[in-house]
Design a protein. Sequence first.
Length: 353
Amino acid sequence: TVSVLYCLPRRAIMTVTRVTTEQSLMYQILMGEISGVVGGALGYLSDAMVDSEEGRELVKKKYLEGSVFVGSVLEVDGIGKIATLILPIFESEVFDESSNITKHIDDAMRLAHKLSIRCISLTGLIPSATSHGTTLLNQSPPTITTGHATTTACIVINIFHVLEMFSRDLSTEIVSFVGLGSIGAAALRLAVSVLPHPKEIILCDVIQRETDLINLKSELETELGFKGTITVACSTAGASVNSEVYRSSVVVGATNVGGILCVEELRKGCIVVDDSAPHIFHPTDMWKRMNASKDVLATEAGPIKLQTPKIETLYAPKRWLSSESMLPPAGNPSVIMGCTLSSLFTGNDPVKF
């Protein structure tokens, strides 16, 4: 996957990167008005859209009518198009049994099959909520991917590039990996396999996973040939990270719990490479220190930069335009989340790469 991400095709840069449409994107795909959609990304609504429970219920009933919808179509030049399928639930409801997430995912899978989507990637918290997709194995087509392989490659590429940008030598760094579930552990293994070895690695997760961390330490030493120091530093579930993490010059985050890293405690010069939201730090605290002290840096590790900006067709009916919060921010058109992009890798013929 790493080599694929480096070899995305170079084409002439397109000037228009985002267009909006009032017409249902599902209808446009079914009628052939939008063709070539082979990938799908399953997501949900951002909590940032509405700040109250009453408001969220209003959005789901008034704007979405409780139904899965195609929120956008992303065209990645030279590879294909991805339809984003949005569940009518908010981020904070993903693990709430009353949200009926299983029913909504079933609806989304049927819709994806109807749209002839070959592969659906599970984004954000959905892999965790579905036991990494295992609860969906009895689904009919399309194929399902957690997107973790591509996300893992993105994390390692971003670690490499951010250190290169500041002329930092990884072999002199103390690197903490905070959150060593499927993505965190895979990123660690890949980093040790393809990058220079840091002088010390700190493994941080909750105390309930201490045995897993000890086994991972042994694997790094015996199977991957790591010769530096490895420190196991567990923390209490729901609490801040172990104090050992604050010795780090680089922190790699891959958790599904936010705000567990205290920005004020980071050493000067520390670089935080965090997978994606929810971030391990409080964004407002990080932004404040980055602007005031200018002695730390945080970057998101889950996205990847494309050689050519993607083109986004966004569903934006008139009833949404009166509320800016209903429309996601445009963001950088040259950046795409690895988990979203993965649906094209799995859904396409590998010889195209």
